[in-house]
Design a binder for this molecule. Structure first.
Ligand code: PRP
Ligand code: MN
Ligand code: MG
Length: 185
């Protein structure tokens, strides 16, 4: 196991719970897309771990493509304006597309992405997200496959970063407030 060090407050979702949940989601997806040609669209970089694990749990063959997006400006995401850093290599016209995300926080990234991809006329468009925060209720995102609803805490690991760090943790943990300057640190 990786050393928790002093940066992490606690393990929120350990590896075995992640693995079990990803297996459940994969089974649902396999059933729903039986006989269909599925295209998984991972959102870089946070979705790398869930994408890799989910894809390996699927029994049916699936294609994989990636988008990298960034919310405009620095710091805040409140505008909901997103720009594409890397677009899909695939033309999704008439394809069955499943967006794979690590987390729905404010929901702005996914609501933008869904409307962007919908304009490309896929045969179907659904979302699989590992985590969802309470804020997300403000945006009406229809997440067909959800792993966990989590409290409004600063989470890292299993793809999720703070300042590009901690993505490689094999579990989802909460960050100690001193790391991001909270709690009077
Ligand atoms: C994070 C996360 C989601 C998004 C969720 O990505 O991976 O993609 O924010 O936030 P929202 O629901 O409030 O839009 P980020 O923009 O940090 O890029 P990253 O995946 O490269 O870390
Ligand atoms: Mn992301
Ligand atoms: Mg990030």
């Amino acid at each position: 196991d990786k050393d928790l060090g002093t940066d992490l407050a606690k393990v929120l979702i350990p590896e075995d719970r992640l693995r079990a949940k990803v297996g459940e989601l994969a089974a649902q997806i396999d059933a729903d897309y039986e006989g269909k040609d599925l295209l998984l669209v991972g959102v870089l970089k946070g979705a790398v771990m869930i994408m890799a694990d989910l894809a390996r749990e699927l029994h049916a063959p699936a294609s994989m493509d990636w988008m990298a997006v960034s919310s405009y400006g620095s710091g805040t995401k409140s505008s909901g304006v997103v720009r594409i850093l890397k677009d899909l290599d695939t033309d999704i016209l008439g394809r069955h597309v499943l967006i794979v995300e690590d987390i729905i926080d404010s929901g702005l990234t996914l609501s933008w992405l869904v409307s962007n991809l919908r304009m490309r006329d896929p045969a179907s468009l659904e979302i699989c997200a590992l985590l969802r925060k309470p804020e997300a209720v403000k945006t009406e995102i229809d997440c067909r496959y959800l792993g966990f609803d989590i409290p409004n805490e600063f989470v890292v690991g299993y793809g999720l970063d703070y300042d590009e760090k901690y993505r490689n943790l094999p579990f989802v943990g909460t960050l100690a407030p001193h790391v991001y300057g909270g709690d009077g640190a």
